[in-house]
Design a protein around this ligand. Structure first.
Ligand SMILES: Cc1cc2nc3c(=O)[nH]c(=O)nc-3n(C[C@H](O)[C@H](O)[C@H](O)COP(=O)(O)OP(=O)(O)OC[C@H]3O[C@@H](n4cnc5c(N)ncnc54)[C@H](O)[C@@H]3O)c2cc1C
Length: 394
């Protein structure tokens, strides 16, 4: 059996779906998206889906900003509620880190991000239940928020179907096919199909490296297993708190629309590497839950007595500089990799889709800068640097 398309997209996560959407918007022609399980089955479905604009580079700030505007309109475009909830994000740091955070803040402000620096007294006014010693300062971004990842994926998949993307779930790509001149010519799937296409976009998230390896490519992508712990406050107080990223303790936490609180670690240095993303432990360990309880309770003491709702083990696909690889693979015309979002990609989805489409159709890239995400930057010794201790902050 065989079929033909103008572009084949591998992966129905947030990236594959936004790439499909943008390519159709740019009138590329017939787009087929292949998802081996169901849309959102990878990292996207378990995402915290925090939409913040606090970044330290022009490109990422602009992309986060553009994407936030897009997410705000997704309900209107699709008629489906994606669970957007405004929630200011507070990045806490020690007074001695203030100067470096302030320089990022000025950059963010120069692009219109609403963010301000608060001292400990102002933080106590903002969150009266919190404990902020005099050494603590915080950058507060007022326009941030989060979405429900499952509903967002669902809305986006419906948008793609309305756009006539041929979206096939339960179909795994087992090989990317090349012609004699080493150009992409399509894919082979596990249901015995060959799909001919001059463009193949590998948005396979944690699985992206596997298909690359089959082509003899060693991409700098590592799959790791971060955990998340969930808590609910007794007494029906819900999770009426802001999103916090606490550089002093290394924990972050966010409210969930259903009334619970999600807590995770900002550093993933100690997270175990996952050799086969089809087989990983989706559970959470007791010691992780305990460390998260102590992490959040250090600032919000009420969480000492919070009820544990368990948590999950998930997957991040990380690169050495914690920024994605986005672009055509050198030496294989028509084969694009879009992966390695290092735990902070969800918010960027709309801008990534636009950026990928711009490389293919020449449309306006918006804030996307192809050189920033160059897939060959490590070989060229051009890793991206950041002023944060935790790469995930970008
Ligand atoms: C616990 C957690 C919390 C996070 N919190 C945030 C946050 O608050 N804010 C934020 O911006 N980001 C966050 N992230 C990161 C963000 O969710 C990811 O960067 C993003 O979802 C990656 O999307 P993706 O489309 O690249 O990958 P995925 O969502 O993993 O999608 C890849 C898809 O490809 C499919 N696939 C793979 N190989 C094949 C194949 N051969 N054939 C067919 N299909 C295939 C998979 O089944 C999968 O559905 C978080 C991530 C996690 C795990």
């Amino acid at each position: 059996m065989s079929a033909a398309a103008d572009a084949v997209i591998i992966g129905g996560g947030i990236m594959g779906l936004f790439c499909a959407h943008e390519l159709v918007q740019q009138r590329l022609g017939r787009v087929i998206l292949l998802e081996k399980r169901f849309c959102g089955a990878g990292s996207s479905g378990k995402s915290g889906a925090i939409l913040r604009q606090h970044y330290s580079h022009r490109t990422t700030i602009l992309m986060a900003r553009e994407s936030l505007s897009f997410y705000r309109t997704l309900k209107e475009r699709t008629g489906r509620d994606i669970g957007f909830r405004p929630a200011p994000m507070v990045l806490l740091c020690h007074e001695r880190e203030r100067a470096s955070i302030e320089s990022n803040i000025s950059l963010q402000r120069s692009f219109g991000v609403a963010v301000e620096m608060l001292d400990a007294r102002q933080l106590r006014e903002l969150e009266p239940r919190g404990e902020f010693g005099d050494e603590v300062v915080g950058a507060v971004e007022s326009e941030s928020g989060f979405v429900d990842p499952g509903r967002t994926i669902d809305a986006l998949a419906s948008l793609c179907r309305d756009d006539h993307v041929d979206l096939r779930e339960g179909v795994r790509v087992i090989d990317v096919l090349l012609d004699k001149s080493h150009r992409a010519r399509g894919v082979q799937t596990d249901d015995g199909q060959t799909i001919e296409s001059p463009l193949v976009i590998n948005a396979g998230g944690p699985w992206a490296g596997i298909l690359c390896k089959r082509l003899g490519l060693q991409m700098p992508l590592k799959v790791i297993r971060p955990q998340q712990a969930y808590f609910v406050l007794p007494g029906g107080h819900g999770s009426e708190h802001f999103i916090f990223a606490d550089l002093l303790t290394g924990f972050y936490w966010k409210p969930e629309a259903a009334g619970w609180t999600r807590v995770g670690r900002m550093s993933y240095e100690d997270d175990e590497e996952v050799p086969d993303p089809d087989k990983y432990d989706e559970g959470v360990s007791g010691s992780f839950v305990d460390s998260c309880r102590r992490g959040i309770a250090h600032r919000l003491p009420a969480y000492h007595h919070a009820v544990s709702w368990g948590g999950c083990g998930a997957l991040y696909t990380v690169t050495p500089d914690a920024h994605a690889l986005i672009g055509e693979v050198p030496g294989i015309a028509g084969f694009y990799v879009v992966s390695g979002f290092s735990g902070h990609g969800f918010k960027m989805g709309p801008a990534v889709g636009k950026g990928v489409a711009s490389m293919i159709t020449g449309c306006d890239p918006g804030g996307f800068d192809r050189e920033f995400f160059d897939v060959d930057r490590f070989a060229a010794q051009q890793a991206i640097t950041t002023s944060y201790r935790f790469g995930i902050l970008g």
